[in-house]
Design a protein around this ligand. Structure first.
Ligand SMILES: *[C@@H]1O[C@H](CO)[C@@H](O)[C@H](O)[C@H]1NC(C)=O
Length: 324
């Protein structure tokens, strides 16, 4: 055999090619997500604006209901228990009842990535399909990248910056052909920079990472980082709140869409409400939520501490609230 290939190197090349392509075709990760179908709604910019105005009216009404619920069971936020114990008088609520995802996404809503753990509900991904300079950040990779693979398959120019200090790369779901549009770093996300030589895991704020990458806007931000999300976003929204430096400049919060898992372990209702209201202040509106029932199934008898939320930003200019 070896002699044959030495005399006929073209056979060797051909055989190698056949072997590699066979493995590629048979590979379990070769199932490239279906993408680039025509789902976009034919909608002019006047109609988009009127949909957003209607959605904001509905959201305002839900906020009033939230305040009534706080009065009823508080009457102030500091008196509210997130998950009341199973004893009389059994107030009929949990934390999540105060935070309904009452905003209407004006575009198509679709789950991208795996059912069960890994997929996310996204508003108007078709708006990114042809977009140039499309920037996506994904925090918390956990070697499962069905979501990222679906986003790449459904867009032409989007690039994904992925971060997770607990793994070495994206998961195996991303096909070779799309890997050139991904960038992975083994860093964590936090409310403070700590990436000196003595820090076991390098942690960065979102602002620092954006500055390092030269980005001023994120089209889609995915965060699943086991409760670091609270410190992270507390820091990241601060400049855009009243009295903040970016607020004074009049800059808009630089994220078009946020998909996040909340892990409320040990957080008070008062803290969570303030944190949530700050997100609302900078323009984020939740259009989808689901409690994490996989977690709940294993945490029987414990509280329902985990929930997924998806938000779009109605303020500033982004792919979901304007025709760019
Ligand atoms: C936008 O679409 C609506 C109906 O969807 C139509 O009534 C309106 O005339 C359109 N406006 C423009 C500027 O094309």
């Amino acid at each position: 055999m070896a002699g044959l290939f030495q005399r006929h190197p073209r056979y060797a090349v051909l055989l190698a090619f056949l072997l590699v392509s066979t493995f590629y075709i048979l590979s379990p990760y070769n199932t490239r997500p279906v993408g680039l179908g025509s789902l976009s709604i034919n909608m002019n910019s006047t109609e988009l604006q009127s949909r957003l105005i209607r959605a904001e009216h509905i959201y305002d009404r839900t906020k009033q209901q939230r305040n009534q619920l706080i009065k009823k069971f508080g009457p102030t936020p500091d008196k509210i228990t997130n998950f009341p114990p199973d004893v009389e008088p059994w107030p009929p609520y949990t934390l999540w009842d105060y935070l309904p995802a009452a905003f209407n996404c004006p575009h198509e809503v679709e789950r991208h990535g795996a059912l069960g753990d890994g997929g996310k509900w996204i508003c108007g991904l078709t708006r990114l399909r042809e977009k140039k300079n499309c920037v996506i950040y994904s925090f918390g990779i956990n070697y499962e990248s069905s979501f990222e693979a679906a986003i790449l398959a459904n867009t032409k120019h989007c690039e994904i910056w992925g971060y997770d200090f607990s793994v070495k790369s994206f998961g195996p779901e991303i096909p070779w052909a799309d890997q050139s549009r991904t960038h992975f770093f083994p860093y964590g996300l936090a409310g403070k920079d700590s990436h000196g030589p003595d820090d076991k895991n390098p942690m960065y704020t979102l602002e620092s990472l954006m500055r390092m990458n030269g980005h001023t806007h994120i089209d889609l931000l995915k965060i699943d980082i086991e409760s670091w999300e609270f410190d992270t976003l507390e820091t990241f929204v601060k400049p855009y709140l009243e009295g903040g430096s970016k607020h004074a400049e009049g800059s808009a919060f630089p994220v078009g869409q946020l998909s996040i898992e909340l892990h409320v372990w040990g957080r008070s209702f008062e803290y969570l409400l303030k944190w949530w209201e700050n997100l609302e202040y900078v323009g984020l509106r939740p259009f989808w939520t689901e409690p994490n029932l996989v977690y709940q199934n294993y945490n029987r008898g414990g509280s329902a501490d985990l929930a997924e939320y998806s938000f779009i930003n109605i303020k500033g200019v982004n792919a979901y609230n304007r025709d760019l």
